[in-house]
Structure formats: C-alpha cells, structure tokens
Design a protein around this ligand. Structure first.
Ligand SMILES: *Cc1c(COP(=O)(O)O)cnc(C)c1O
Length: 445
C-alpha cells in the first residue's frame, strides 16, 4: 500500500530524528539502545494507527521514557493484614536498609580492609551487627536464606550420618520446602524420633549413637498440634546432647532476636542460645524484618566449621543482603515490627477516615503474622469493607493494591499500609469503585 502525498503518516518523524533528540540520546546510555528503539517504534506505530498525531510522536517518546520501569516487578500496597506475605516478597525493608542497598550497589569494601589494602573477612560489618543484636552468640554466619542455612549445617555436621528430628517437626513450609527431603538432599540420613504428637527426652537418648551427626530441633512454624502432646524443650535437649557429645542445632524459623510478648509461642534466637543450642538457624526476611538471608548464630567452633565448609561458598549472602541486614539490625523498628505492633486505636482511626472518604463501612478484622509464623495468632484490627468485585480492579490498578477477599467482600486492612500511603490507597479505591459503577452501567439490563 503506497502512502499518498498528503497522507499525514508522511509527517511521522523518522527513527534517526527521534533518536537524535537530546533526552532520547541520553536515555540510550541509561536504558540501552534496544529498549529506546522499542519505545521509539512504539510511538511511531501509534501515529501510524491514528492513535496520536504525527506531531505528537516526539512527546510520546519522551513520555514513554519517563514511564519506563527498570523492572517488571510492581510495587504493591499490602492491604491484606498479613504482615510477612510470602507472595509479596515477605519483609518490606526499612528506610535505612534501603539506603544501605543503594550504597552497596556500587563497589564496596565487602571483602577488603581499606587500611591495609588486604583482603578481609566477607561481610564483617553485618556479622558484627548480628553479634551486637544477639549477645548470647559467640559467632555468626550469614547465608542466602534459611533453607541454605539448614542445608549447610546438616551437610557439615551429618553428611553420611544421621540427623535426629522429632516426628512432630517434619514440616513442609511453602512450596517445595519439606524438611525430610531437604535433609535427604544433603546426603545425611534423617532419623525420626518419637511420634507425631509426643516426643520425649528418652526417645532422643535412645536414638543417639555412634552414627549421630547432630540433633536438630525445628520450630513447626506454620501449624500447631493441640491436645495430647509432648515435646522436649531446648534446655533438656542441650543437656543431653552436651553429655553425649553431639552437636545440637535449633531452627527457630522466623528470626525473632528476643521474646515478643505478643507472640508467646514464637521461639527466639537469644532464648534458644541461652538455653544451650550450639547453633541457631533463622530467616532474615520473616520477623527479623530484613532482606532474604539465612542467619546462623552460636558457638565459635560450630560457626567456624560451617564457614570453612566448601558448601559455604555456594550459599553465601550477596553484598546487597549483607548491607541491608546490617542496616536492619542497627536501626530501630522495622516495617514488620511496626505492622505487628500497630496501635489498634490508630488503626481504627485510619480505617474510619478511609471508610468515610469512600462511603464504606468498617468491620473488625484479624490480620496474621504470615510467612509461616505464629499460626493461629490473630492480630486484632479493622478493615474497610468494599464490594468483592473491587478486588480485581484494585489488584490491576496503579498502584496495585492487594486486598483480602473474604466472605463475599473485598477488605482493606491498613496494618501493613504505611500511614503515609493512606491517601494513595483512597485514590486507588476510588478508581476501583468508579470502575465498578462503569461496569454496572455497561451491563445490559
Ligand atoms: C521459613 C522457615 C525455613 C526456611 O527459611 P527460608 O528463609 O524461607 O529459606 C526453615 N525453617 C523454618 C522453621 C522456617 O519457618
């Protein structure tokens, strides 16, 4: 098809003209030639299809440069009331952790002593922050995540030998994490002790033998067994394992540093160490509130053994995680801590304001710790109740909002929404509600 002389499409700026515009040329350095050419072609295409005028093409290219995101990941306002939301990336980082990430993004002295110019222990500052936060530990090591910490520890202590675990602690956490399978993958043999609901000290005592590599106690984070139950506590097990000369590992899961009165059943690192664990394992991005990381804390000999194992190199934490973890540990309350301990009266006042602006009602709503932590512990709060159909529009809106869909309603719980985003949430909810009204109007009666 030929384009006639007076066809407006003849006036669409050529690719080389658009690429030569100073902001476009600058963006090519930043975003790469491929991305910028794609945006240019996209704008020309829109003009060819008559969506925009030829003289609007240059402005459209500049707009698309501004709107271009470096990652397809989209920020989400978490209005579910679930604090450590696995599908939303678990713990949101504190401001100081985010600052640390930016610093660590460039060249940094993560493994260098600037005074001597010699190579230094990797992540020394993060380790120091960990030991300050956890004085009961003699030494610490930071790896990729909690699962990696477990793999490293069971490999180093028990490859080719037995790991003793209570039958009540053979957990599955989230997709693809089954403790028995994880242990089997390390070449250690799982030796189950006791029964699903009751395990006694003598069960461990009878099972410990020359083939025992270590005893592992795991916090069954995401479920509870009620009724006729018995488990052996850390202090008893540590006395037994010390007596028999067997290493004793405790996986507390969520990474609380000290007891939290609002989560009475959640184990913490400090208490486990004081009670005599040789090594405690935890995640960095659950209740600790930091980046994805696996934290190993305990006796010097145990930590050194792990740090020197060849597998340690395969599971080491990257500089970004080390920086963010250090900042998380050194600063005050984390966003996770803030959401967990949000003042109910304040939550209520915010919900009332939101509801008033939207013409909606407020109902009592229980949030959750999430991330497989503190199952059955309700976090008493409030939710603004919208029609269920608003949920899809909120999720696909800009910004994306994840509400809780429950009982035929779309619920907005403000616990995990920073207060500074309340107005952003109001605007998103208004847009979603007006989308609903439009849908109603379009419907043929
Ligand atoms: C979450 C959890 C893990 C796994 O930790 P990741 O950081 O997710 O790899 C291991 N053990 C327990 C008890 C947990 O709760």
């Amino acid at each position: 098809m030929s384009v006639s002389e007076d066809d407006p499409r003849r006036r669409i700026p050529r690719t080389d003209q658009l690429l030569a515009l100073p902001p476009v040329a600058a963006a090519r350095l930043r975003l790469g030639d491929h991305v910028v050419r794609g945006l240019v072609t996209g704008a020309q295409q829109r003009a060819r299809q008559g969506e925009i005028e030829p003289d609007e093409v240059a402005a459209a290219v500049l707009d698309s440069l501004t709107a271009h995101r470096p990652t397809a990941l989209r920020p989400v306002l978490n209005a579910t009331g679930v604090v450590v939301h696995t599908n939303l990336g678990r713990a949101p980082l504190s401001e100081s952790a985010i600052d640390a990430l930016v610093i660590a993004a460039g060249y940094v002295d993560v493994e260098l002593d600037l005074t001597s110019g010699a190579r230094s222990r990797r992540g020394a500052a993060a380790r120091a922050a960990l030991l300050t936060a956890c004085p009961a530990a003699e030494d610490g090591l930071i790896v990729n995540n909690g699962a990696a910490a477990l793999v490293l520890a069971t490999t180093a202590f028990a490859a080719g030998r037995e790991v003793l675990v209570s039958r009540g602690e053979l957990i599955e956490i989230g997709a693809g994490f089954r403790l028995p399978e994880l242990i089997a993958s390390t070449g250690a043999r799982l030796r189950e002790v006791g029964s699903t609901n009751r395990t006694h000290l003598r069960d461990y005592a009878d099972a410990i033998g020359p083939d025992t590599g270590c005893v592992l106690k795991v916090h069954p984070s995401n479920f509870r067994i009620d009724g006729f139950t018995a488990a052996v506590d850390i202090a008893e097990l540590s006395a037994l394992t010390a007596d028999r000369g067997v290493p004793f590992l405790v996986d507390v899961g969520s990474g609380l540093l000290a007891p939290d009165p609002s989560l009475p059943d959640e184990p913490d690192i400090g208490t486990a160490l004081t009670a005599g664990a040789d090594l405690v394992i935890a995640s960095g991005d659950k209740l600790l509130g930091g980046p994805q990381a696996g934290v190993l804390l305990g006796r010097s000999a145990a930590v050194t053994k792990l740090a020197r194992h060849p597998l340690a190199r395969a599971v080491r934490a990257d500089k970004l995680a080390l920086a963010a973890l250090e900042a998380t540990l050194s600063a005050g309350q984390t966003p996770v801590g803030r959401a967990l301990h949000a003042d109910p009266g304040r939550l209520r006042a915010r919900a009332d304001r939101l509801a008033a602006e939207l013409g909606a009602e407020v109902i009592a709503h229980e949030g959750r710790v999430g991330g497989g932590g503190a199952p059955g512990v309700p976090l008493h709060g409030w939710a603004v109740r919208l029609p269920e159909a608003a949920a899809a529009l909120l999720r696909t809106g800009d910004p994306a909002v994840l509400p809780r869909v429950h009982d035929g309603a779309c619920l907005l719980d403000l616990r995990c929404v920073p207060e500074s985003d309340d107005q952003v949430l109001v605007a998103a909810a208004r847009t979603a509600l007006s989308g609903l009204v439009d849908d109603e109007h379009r419907r043929v009666p």
